[in-house]
Write a protein that binds this ligand. Sequence first.
Ligand code: PXP
Length: 251
Amino acid sequence: MENIIKNKIKKFIRLGVNIDHVATIRNARGGLNPDPFRAAKLAVDAGADVITVHLREDRRHVTDQDVIELIQNINVPINLEIACTNEMINFACNQKPNSVCLVPERREERTTEGGLDVVKFYKRLTSAINKLKENDIKVALFIEPEYSQIEAAASLGVPVVELHTGIYSNLKSNLMLGELEKIKNIAKEVVKMGMECHAGHGLTFDNVFEIAKIDEIIELNIGHFLIGEAIFTGLDNAIREMKSILLSSRN
Ligand code: PXP
C-alpha cells in the first residue's frame, strides 16, 4: 500500500479550487451573479483538477442546489466539505459527491478555524465515516498536522487526511519554517500509515511553493486567495498561475 502511494505521489499534485467565495459575493445581493457554476466550469478549463465546496450549516456560501448542480454537471471530482452532522451526512449520502472532507464548523467563525479534533469526536466520526463509505464516498478528515490526530484518523480507516495549513499560512516568514518542518514530517507519517495526504487553507502565490514541494502531499485545496486575485487578474489567470507554481514545485 505504502509503495503504491509513494509511486503516485512523486508524479503529480492536484489543484482543488474552492469556489465558495463566488457564492459569498452572489449571496451579498441575493441574486444570481456571480454564478458559482460558471466559476467551476472556468476553473476546470484553467486547470483545476477538483472543485471543492463547503456546504455550511447557515448556507452562507453555496446552497444545496449549487452543490447538486455541480455534482451533476462538472466533469472533475467534486469534493464536498461538511461538518459531521446528521443533516450534512444525509445530504452527502443522497447526492454522492466524489469525496467528502469532514471539517469542524462553528456558526460564528469567519472561516474554518482549525482541524477536526479526531481524538475527541472519534465515536461520532466512526458512524459518519461508515455511512459515507457505504455510499462509496471517499472520506477525508481535515486535521491539524499533529501525530495524535493522524494516528486517530488512520485507526478510523479513512483513505485521506487533509492537513490544515492555516497556522503555517498566518506565520511571518522566520517562524514559518518550524511549522513547515512539522507539516513535512507529518505528511511522511500519513503516507506510512497508508493514507493519501492533502493540504489546504490560507495558501497564496507566496506561500504555496514550499507546501507543494512536499512529495507526499498530492492535493491542495485553495479558495479565498484565488477568488480575491481574480478581482485583479481574472479567475482564469489566477488559477493558471497557481497551477503552474504547483507543477513547477515537482520539477
Ligand atoms: N480546505 C478546507 C478543509 C477548508 O475548509 C478550506 C476553506 O473552506 C480550504 C481548504 C480553502 O482555504 P482557503 O479558502 O483559505 O484557500
